[in-house]
Write a protein that binds this ligand. Structure first.
Ligand code: ZN
Length: 458
């Protein structure tokens, strides 16, 4: 069962109307990192929601505003929370754009503009679907809440405090978001969580200045060696991390999750060729996707000491700096992991300093929930093709705010094409992706609304 023929027809008839709204939104710059046009865009989003039967207001945060919309029918109805972000990445370099970033242009079946895919052209699909169904008398009894953030492209610095202080307002049975590029094969991706991360900086100090390596080398300690010696205590040669308790709290995937991971496209040879590598990192007995989703990493993301320019220089450096990062899988706690790494450093290199730079908690919604199965089925029916179902993304985002703070399942579907060029020049969404997004939103609204209360929750 797919969408009813009258909804298909309505989408067909409203194409120009849908594009008009999208173009209005895309013409309004909203570059959070430069604070360009953000307040104006928040007002525009509020206006668009109101035009689409959703009462809306602009709410202040300690940074750029959140736009909140609501369509409330009653306590007995299911409640859906829709998340999206109206801010965009800076468009630079301008000269690389074929058409200007804030003048949406259709070429070869694609709408080109900054924000077309990330995320205006995706969250708008929900809003357009809501009004379309309401006009047709086919919007089921359902409470709808919409939260549009204005700082996602600047790492959401104020979203945690905003959500903490609006828990009642944002209470819902499901968080649903459309974001990200789809799979290379053209199939949409449904994902249920993200790894967390923990970023650290370590510093080893040697003599009070760089020294002649002949006149002083030997008796004078070398801070670069201190870091290298320390690093060698953190990992077995096969890739497993040796830090005591590092893997505590790792929750393995369920059988149902394994089943879906088994269906994920995987071409080892093509992956390696694409990256120009001949071997994957260890441990050998773990699969590619296990390492990407269900295991934590310990990565050296930067290391600096001494002279690495042209030719040679003969000096013992006075300082060595290391950037270390771990990706945390479900359900590791960043504070706990940091304490363990710090303990390890104090034990093996007590004079090396370590500090935490940033952290995001991992989060996951179980694939075994009825609402998760409903979503996978709805996407398959809306697109007429089985989606790529991914229990977790390797990357990180504050998805834990929905799963752990608001305590609701959170499910993401990609409405963008795989080559949407998000964060790059010539960002775009295909017309087909945009209209498919509206179809999907309509079907999810209808299917979620009729789920029995007993099947909700987590
Ligand atoms: Zn983005």
């Amino acid at each position: 069962m797919s969408l009813s023929p009258d909804i298909e027809r309505a989408i067909e008839q409203r194409r120009e109307q849908f594009l008009d709204v999208l173009f209005r939104l895309l013409r309004q710059p909203s570059i959070s990192t430069q604070n360009v046009g953000v307040d104006e865009c928040a007002e525009l989003c509020k206006g668009i929601m109101e035009d689409h039967g959703i009462s809306a207001r602009v709410l202040s945060t300690n940074g750029l505003p959140v736009v909140y919309g609501e369509r409330y029918v009653g306590e007995d109805a299911n409640t859906l929370l829709i998340y999206g972000h109206y801010d965009v990445q800076p468009p630079e370099p301008y000269e690389a754009w074929v058409s200007p970033p804030f003048e949406p242009t259709i070429r070869d079946g694609r709408i080109y503009a900054r924000g077309a895919g990330d995320n205006k052209g995706q969250f708008l699909c929900h809003i357009l679907a809501i009004k379309m169904l309401a006009d047709m008398g086919q919007l089921p009894r359902l409470n709808i809440k919409v939260i549009l953030e204005g700082e996602e492209e600047s790492s959401s610095p104020n979203l945690p405090a905003f959500i903490e202080s609006h828990k009642d307002l944002l209470k819902a049975d499901l968080m649903f978001a459309a974001d990200g590029p789809g799979h290379l094969s053209g199939r949409p991706v449904v994902f249920f969580g993200m790894r967390g991360n923990l970023k650290m900086e370590l510093e080893a100090v040697g003599p009070n200045r760089d020294l002649h390596s002949g006149n002083f080398g030997g008796p004078v300690p070398n801070p670069a060696w201190k870091l290298v010696d320390l690093l060698s205590t953190m990992r077995f040669p096969d890739g497993r991390v040796t830090i005591e308790g590092f893997y505590d709290g790792v929750v393995p995937p369920t059988d149902y999750e394994r089943e879906w991971v088994g269906k994920m496209p995987y071409d080892e040879k093509a992956f390696k060729e694409n990256l120009g590598i001949t071997e994957f990192d260890g441990p050998k007995e773990l699969s590619y996707y296990d390492k990407l989703m269900f295991q934590p990493t310990l990565s050296i993301t930067g290391i600096a000491s001494g002279y690495a320019g042209k030719g040679a220089k003969s000096a013992v450096p006075s300082k060595a700096v290391l950037k270390l990062e771990t990706r945390l899988c479900y359900k590791m706690d960043p504070d706990d992991v940091f304490a363990k790494i710090k303990r390890h450093v104090q034990r093996y290199a007590p004079d090396v300093s370590i500090r935490k730079l940033a952290a995001t908690r991992p989060s996951k919604t179980s694939l075994d929930l009825p609402v998760s199965r409903m979503m996978i089925k709805a996407v398959a029916d809306a697109y007429g093709i089985e989606p790529v179902v991914q229990p977790l993304l390797g990357g990180s985002s504050p998805n834990y705010l929905f799963t752990d703070v608001l305590k609701q399942p959170a499910i993401w579907v990609t409405y963008g094409p795989h080559d949407e060029n998000n964060h790059s020049p010539n960002e775009n969404i295909t017309l087909e992706s945009f209209f498919n997004g509206i179809r999907n939103s309509a079907l999810v609204l209808q299917r979620f609304a009729v789920m029995p209360k007993s099947e909700l929750g987590r």
